[in-house]
Design a protein around this ligand. Sequence first.
Ligand code: 0O2
Length: 213
Amino acid sequence: MESGIYGNYKPVLEDISKKLVEQLKKVDQMMLQESGEHLFEHISARIKSEDSMREKCRRKGVAETTYSALKVMNDAIGLRIVCSFMDDIETCISYLRTMPKCRIIKEKDYIKHAKDNGYRSFHLILEIEDEHEDVEGMCPGHFYAEVQLRTIAMDSWASLEHRLNYKKEEGDPDRHALIVRELKKCADELASCDIKMQTIRKMIAEENGRNDT
Ligand code: 0O2
């Protein structure tokens, strides 16, 4: 018998997550065949850890139950789609809007509205209808996944910044403040490079189009 916060639902969440990744990889392959370019550079998936889910329930003031983990919180399943270019993020979001048996119920655009620390990423919550029964006894059930979409530059910045938070309580506060400032500068420079790369990509496509005619 399962005793964790996900009860018996861990394999269900893993199955849904696997199906979502497979579906998105199929779209990527279709794009590659049609245009010669990948839609995304890579995709990863995780089920939120037991500790992290319990901590989030406590922080949000809700009971640490399977119902909370699956119905109140929306990020038990997390997908991260990392794209080479900013336009590809838009294309992925457009596809997610049309994905069968899925509905976007929440969006957070940290690309247009970066966090104060410089964090950039597009987050959305997908409601997924799936053959498995859910925690309310509905069949097909309704499950949720958080999808984070970002460029390679945004992703490497977020990994670096995550290391800083991990060590938050330790060390010299002046040095910490310096790192925070440098990280912010770095995030802004990377954002500017992402825009430039997007523009250059478009110019190359136009150039190649001219040469083909
Ligand atoms: P994990 O992988 O889930 O353990 P919350 O922030 O959790 O109260 P919400 O609405 O889910 O509520 O937050 P949000 O901002 O939509 O997304 C939270 C997730 O985005 C985090 O997950 C990180 O993966 C990422 N994230 C948000 N802000 C930052 C940031 O400033 N720096 C970095 N590096 N990542 C960020 P968890 O819960 O931390 O991790």
